[in-house]
Design a protein around this ligand. Structure first.
Ligand code: NAP
Ligand code: GLV
Length: 309
């Protein structure tokens, strides 16, 4: 069995070592132009030339949860595309989002600023009931985040494409459910995949539907946000601010207004990192399963190419 590795912005050697240890007997190589076609590909944002050179593929494994970069390519038809299914990401996402929600709700930034000024000051406690949190996307990551927020007694709402039931979470679905979901949310967490349907979904129209004083946490993709709409709504006071982990252009260009905006917190696409050991174990297990003849439907994380996630 031949496995080729082609991951942009990734230190390849530890992945190759890990995959070789997990798949003894397989020929595992870093892709270079001219290499022989492989049976399985392990990828992150590969170039089209890589895909075009793969004429014998039986599976494409993405070393992240989001497949938006892959979906922009012409992929061989009928070859299963498999994304990471959690692999240690959902707990990181729950940590990040709960931290951002609690920092905002408990006004920790304001306390920090007071302390820096040597002030011993109190703020009136805020009520959780006034801070319903809406989670857009109730998939592997969104559901875990919604349930983690419930543990802190926030009212939690969720929105997905298909109807869902998640314990203690008020669930909405489809385009018909979007306006009601937004109108009942004060903190909005985006955990949608980036697809033609969700591109620029965090725009003026949708953000204006949120309860006054709303707060945005985007941990999905920068392409979900219309940057100028977000800035205008924060500056007008309709939104209290935002925590942003992902951007249309990454790294975020030095001149971008998000960097220095006093009501925007920026992190460098780090809310849920690919954990190498977990991911190698997951991908190697699935390669072995597929190679052994397992049904594609039995593999967790198969991408529905038509839906784009
Ligand atoms: P997932 O399991 O595929 O979940 C996606 C969720 O979004 C599903 O609930 C899906 O609804 C919903 N959805 C998709 N299109 C929709 C639409 N048009 N309208 C309403 N709901 C829609 O994905 P995941 O593993 O949770 O990951 C979500 C995203 O997080 C990834 O695609 C990636 O971009 C991002 N991510 C970011 C980081 C980071 O570090 N910042 C790390 C990992 C992932 P259904 O359930 O009905 O299909
Ligand atoms: C990271 O952003 C991922 O999609 O895994």
């Amino acid at each position: 069995m031949r496995v080729t590795f082609c991951c942009t912005d990734t230190n390849a050697q530890p992945w190759l070592d890990g995959l070789r240890a997990a798949l003894p007997g397989a020929q595992i190589e870093l892709w270079a132009p001219g290499a022989s076609p492989a049976d399985y590909a392990v990828v992150w944002a590969p170039p089209q030339a890589f895909v075009d050179a793969q004429t014998a593929l039986k599976g494409i494994f993405n070393i992240g949860a989001g497949v938006d970069a892959l979906m922009k390519l012409r992929l061989p038809s009928g070859v299963p595309v498999v994304r990471l299914d959690d692999a240690g990401m959902s707990v990181q996402m729950a940590e990040y989002v709960c931290h951002a929600v609690i920092r905002h709700f408990r006004e920790f930034d304001a306390y920090e600023a007071d302390v820096a000024d040597g002030k011993w000051s109190y703020r009136k406690p805020r009520m959780r009931a006034d801070f319903p949190v809406g989670v857009m996307g109730l998939g592997v990551l969104g559901e875990r985040v919604a349930l983690a927020l419930k543990q802190f007694d926030f009212p939690v709402l969720g929105w997905s494409r298909s109807a869902k039931t998640v314990g203690g979470v008020q669930c909405f679905s489809g385009t018909d459910g979007l306006d009601d979901f937004l109108a009942a949310s004060r903190i909005l967490v985006c955990l949608l995949p980036l697809t033609p349907e969700t591109d620029s979904i965090l725009n003026r129209r949708h953000l204006t539907r949120l309860l006054p004083g709303a707060y945005l946490i985007n941990v999905a993709r920068g392409g979900h946000v219309v940057d100028d709409d977000l800035l205008a709504l924060i500056d007008s006071g309709h939104l209290a601010g935002a925590t942003l982990d992902v951007f249309r252009q990454e790294p975020l260009p030095p001149e971008h207004p998000f960097w220095k905006h006093p009501k925007i917190k920026v992190t460098p696409h780090t809310s849920a990192r690919t954990l190498r050991a977990e991911s190698i174990a997951q991908i190697a297990g699935k390669i072995q399963a597929l190679h052994g003849g397992a049904a594609i439907a039995s593999i967790a994380g198969i991408v529905d190419i038509k839906k784009g996630y």
